[in-house]
Write a protein of this length. Structure first.
Length: 602
């Protein structure tokens, strides 16, 4: 659906919520970015997609419908063949009392489509307008489960002798291998997977999705399909299809359900052939603010203070897949203004930041982190982001940049925030330089969020309370009374949702100064919303170590990470474990999840 700019402007004025200056800014963005005005309205959060569509419907006098996907009968939906539905972006979702069919379209001004639907359905129709998002969700109801769809495709496949060395008819868009790859990616996106693994075994090829951090086997393909499937992925990624003995990296884009996804591909020779791992990145993802990511209390205050300094270094630590890039993306998006020059050197570029200068590491072209950083310093940057500090040369350059008036962001692979400081010492960086440039170090992990539709609350018994006290070392952190005070602060900062009320804020606390009255657990059977896992989505748990005067003295004195951490806790740092514990009390996750991803000293 394309709404004329003049009509979009009229709609915006009619709301009384958007100022003339905001509309002028949108017009400027439209010319600069070559994007439709209606898309910019949604991208800038001036109106939601549903609000804009509803206002447009009122202007053209077509009823708006917010389709209830779960209420659509498949028999009703299939009154219109899938090919026609997808061609005209239209679905039959119900029936009027007089027998007229209810049809929802994205663009009700498409006279040709409406005339064809009248002819195809052979009945009177009542036309409604709905959002593109809801329409695509409804179109997905036509599809069978992944096993059924793959079985249909595989039955039409012909034997493939080996991994092909050049594209042929088997690589065509309508070939079984192309359809298989498309189905695997489509279902991965729909399932909310972050990664797809296609791995050869002795007698078959296994397909696994990583959903909410957990790998799950989705399907098995015949071993004969390995060659053509891997070749198809290589062609899409612009990789060498005749290279099977060396790992390769590439990327491509695909539009699914009206959303563009960037797919990062890595191939690797393994025992039984060649495997592929595909990372799924949503290019339309909007940056979340720090509160939305899960920062609160002193952690939020210390991080906000550090990123607003004119110079210095902010480090984010954690293992691969712990959300470090997402945190940096949110911080840089917050700082991104036309008056600030943000330059990055990354491997790979996972998030695109409008207005920032982002450079991809390319070892073959001698564009390493160190060489890229050295070049960035000649580009008059205000803010520099280095994807990862891996060696002494990169560490030295980052420190020098922080010393000479730049705000530097980077990541380290360490277990927690306190270990980041000794890690820099291991890279032979002078202790006094670390002490004088580092502002804060963030440590983080990702935990699964308990499903807000089916999770259950319970009152822990005495034995459970003793186990919790031991697991989280509560005797060292002030006991239940201190936890109660932290939960009070977290509640005031908006941390915590009520599963019973579908993400409405919890006003009552789970603790008192003397005990824990309530905890949450995942439903064993789950529900349709969480695919019967009991968990839905992931969130971060954090610790933010502020480089205080006392910490600086300890760094210069080559103190251990344990001593630095204990000192930071005394100064008020909330550890990842305690942060996770508070979020478990607030109904966001479970105790078991927090303990799964953190190592708690016994």
């Amino acid at each position: 659906m394309r709404i004329a700019d003049s009509l979009v402007e009229k709609i915006l004025n009619s709301t009384g919520r958007i100022s003339p200056d905001q509309i002028n800014n949108l017009k400027t963005q439209e010319k600069a970015q070559n994007r439709a005005l209606q898309d910019l309205v949604i991208a800038n959060n001036l109106l939601t997609e549903a609000e804009l569509t509803k206002l447009y419907a009122e202007e053209i006098d077509i009823p708006f419908i917010e389709i209830a996907i779960n209420n659509i009968q498949i028999s009703t939906l299939k009154k219109l063949p899938e090919e026609i539905a997808r061609q005209y972006n239209a679905i039959v979702f119900g029936e009027e009392t007089n027998g007229d069919l209810q049809v929802a379209l994205e663009d009700p001004d498409d006279v040709q489509a409406i005339n064809y639907l009248h002819k195809e359905l052979g009945a009177n129709i009542k036309v409604y307008i709905t959002t593109r998002t809801l329409l695509y969700e409804a179109l997905d109801l036509y599809r069978d489960n992944i096993n059924s769809e793959l079985t249909k495709v595989i039955q039409n496949d012909k034997p493939v002798e080996a991994i092909v060395d050049k594209p042929d008819n088997d690589m065509a868009e309508d070939s079984p291998s192309a359809k298989t790859v498309s189905i695997l990616i489509d279902y991965g996106v729909k399932a909310g997977a972050s990664d797809i693994h296609i791995e050869p075994r002795d007698d078959y090829v296994t397909v696994r999705y990583r959903i909410d951090g957990m790998l799950k086997e989705a399907n098995k393909l015949p071993l004969k399909m390995l060659g053509s499937v891997i070749s198809r992925i290589k062609i899409l990624s612009n990789l060498k299809i005749d290279e099977h003995r060396a790992p390769q990296d590439g990327r491509f884009k695909m539009e699914i359900g009206g959303t563009v996804y960037a797919l990062r591909v890595s191939t690797m020779p393994v025992l039984n052939g060649e495997k592929a791992a595909i990372r799924i990145l949503n290019e339309s993802t909007k940056p979340a603010d720090l509160k939305e990511l899960g920062f609160w209390g002193s952690s939020l205050q210390n991080l906000n203070h550090a990123i607003l300094q004119p110079h210095g270094m902010v480090l984010v630590t954690g293992p691969t897949g712990s959300g470090k890039s997402t945190t940096l993306f949110s911080i840089l998006s917050k700082l991104n203004t036309p008056s600030i020059n943000i330059s990055t050197i990354e491997d790979p570029i996972e998030y695109h930041i409008a207005g920032a200068n982002q450079t991809q590491v390319n070892v073959k072209a001698s564009m390493t982190f160190a060489n890229g950083l050295r070049a960035l310093l000649r580009q008059d940057p205000n803010i520099i982001m280095v994807g990862e500090i891996r060696d002494t040369e990169t560490a030295d350059l980052a420190i020098q940049a922080a010393l000479t008036g730049h705000l530097v962001f980077s990541t380290l692979h360490t277990n927690n925030a306190a270990t980041g400081l000794p890690r820099l010492l291991d890279m032979n960086v002078e202790p006094f330089l670390i002490a004088s440039t580092t502002r804060v170090i963030v440590g983080q992990r990702l935990v699964r969020k308990v499903c807000s539709y089916c999770s259950e609350s319970y009152q822990p018994d005495g034995d459970t309370l003793i186990k919790i006290g031991t697991a989280f070392n509560l005797q060292k952190t002030g006991g239940i009374e201190a936890i109660h005070e932290l939960e009070t602060v977290a509640a005031k900062d908006g941390i915590g949702t009520s599963p019973d009320q579908n993400s409405q804020p919890v006003n009552d606390l789970s603790t008192t100064p003397s005990t824990i009255n309530r905890l949450w657990k995942a439903n064993d059977d789950g529900c349709d919303e969480c695919n019967h896992t009991g968990y839905r989505g992931r969130m971060g748990i954090y610790e933010v170590l502020a480089n205080s005067d006392n910490i600086q003295k300890m760094v210069v004195a080559n103190a251990t990470s344990e001593a630095i951490e204990q000192s930071a806790i005394k100064e008020g740092m909330i550890t990842m474990q305690i942060d996770g514990f508070i979020k478990a009390l607030r109904g966001l996750t479970t105790i078991e999840e927090v303990l799964r991803v953190t190592v708690v000293e016994q």
